[in-house]
Design a protein. Sequence first.
Length: 576
Amino acid sequence: MKKLLYSLVAACLALVCLNSCQEDENMDSVGQWSLSDPAIIAPEEGYTKVLNELDPNERIYFEWEPAVSSAGFQVRYTVILDTLGSSDYDTPLISVSSDNSGKATTANIQVSAIDLALSYAGYPAGEATQLEWTVIATCQDTKSYATNAISLTRFETEYTPATLYIAGDATEAGTDMSQAIPMRHLTDGNGTNTYIFEAYTSLEAGMPFHLYSAQQLPSHVYGGSNGEVVKNGDALTVQDSGEYKITVDLNTNIYTLLKINKWSMVGSVISGGWGGDEPLMYIGDGTWQASLTLTSDGSGAFVFRANDDWGYLLKRIQGTQNSIYMESQASDAGITIEDIPLSNSGNYIVTLDLYGSEYSYTIEQDTTIQPPSVTPNNLYLLSNGAVVGEFIFDNGTFTSTTYLALQQSVTYELNSEMDGSGTSYAFTNAIGVSSNPEGDSVTGTFAFGEGTGGIMVNQDQAYTLTVNFNTATVGWKYYNIKLFHWQDWDSRDEFLMTYQHPFKFMTTETLQAGYNMKFNSPWDVQFGADDPTELSGTMTNNGGADFNNITTTGTYEVNINIDNLYQTGTYEFLIQ
């Protein structure tokens, strides 16, 4: 047995030595051997051809005499097409290995592949293109070349890609092509591509982005400006940062950018019913989300709405579990849609996913807080142990007795006892979070339950709070005040005033002599002057007269202070 083992080992060693000797003989230094140039046979110098789009599978054949290694080493070949006069063989328009895995002295390229490469490079359809084809012979680290000039005429019809992606510094994907954002390709009622694309994403103002036909290069690259798509055009930009719907029509080479100020839920399942509105917050990657308390008697329904526009609704595709489609586009796509049903009430996390080729929604139970187990006898809003707000009780609902001047920099606590020793309650969202913070009467509703952690405020304002223990929801409201300024009511100015803690609003504007004025949050709040000709004084909500106190046109700083019931206040106009 040992003799057999020794024999096997000896045989293996002999083979290793033999292979080593052969490798040494094949590893002569470059300087001790040479490689001749290949000699082109076809296509010849000056060759011309019109590529036939009716026969896209036709091939152009290339042939050459071999390059020879003086040491007898094996030679492999690559054929490239590039612009005429190019001296950089590393970035050709198209590159293929020769037949037989690069060993043969022939190669072929499909005309559709050539047309696509020329299209990527920006050569116009139907026009003759001056090119050169080169055969590259490679032997170990040595290369030799042969080149001929040829002319190829592209297909008459420009190539239109079936996929589009978005990438660039302005986008969430950045410049990483592998992460480029896919656009949805819309289809018609027969399921045929329309070459109209759309995507929802966030864009940064002033930063560039392009459209690409693939998530890698080479690719068709589209830019443009003023609504026109241009192949290999300048980068696209937006003036304002935010979320956008990008639509691209490659039939007309037109693009549109619609700023999405908000997506929201409307329907019978939300506070306010079909007249209400529950905004969703953008969380990235074409996705909006919110934690909401929804109510249903078993037949509740809702839709998603963009920018408060009833012409811009997403509804469920009939026969699907959670796929959605734009109501205004459904008929052209041959799709039947319906309002989205909800059977059971509860606290839910609602997610609207508008990323990629399929749009969908999810509604999942929000288990982050527990609904209140009992309704307390009293309720207080505390800050640093001190009471800053009390509530009155009526049929399971506590309502703040006054408007509460709350601050973003302060953490509050809701407790059933004045000293904070009772049951604490946690909110699922910050007070004042809204996708329309400059609206007139800004409202919001979200869930609450038993728990600690503090209550946050999104922005300084004077709020009313309603805490409903029957539905485990918190509702809040604040008013923005505008200075109405008019000579002709229909062409009035509405100057939005800035809130300053506590209960103060101010603005600096150019005011015209003889104009009428009023401080409004249409139409709940309408402060008129008790003495309308004075530059300072008192005012009353839903009372007093129009201000008519500007006798000299100029720039004025205007300040008002409101009481915590929004019933009375003071004002002053200071000329600058």
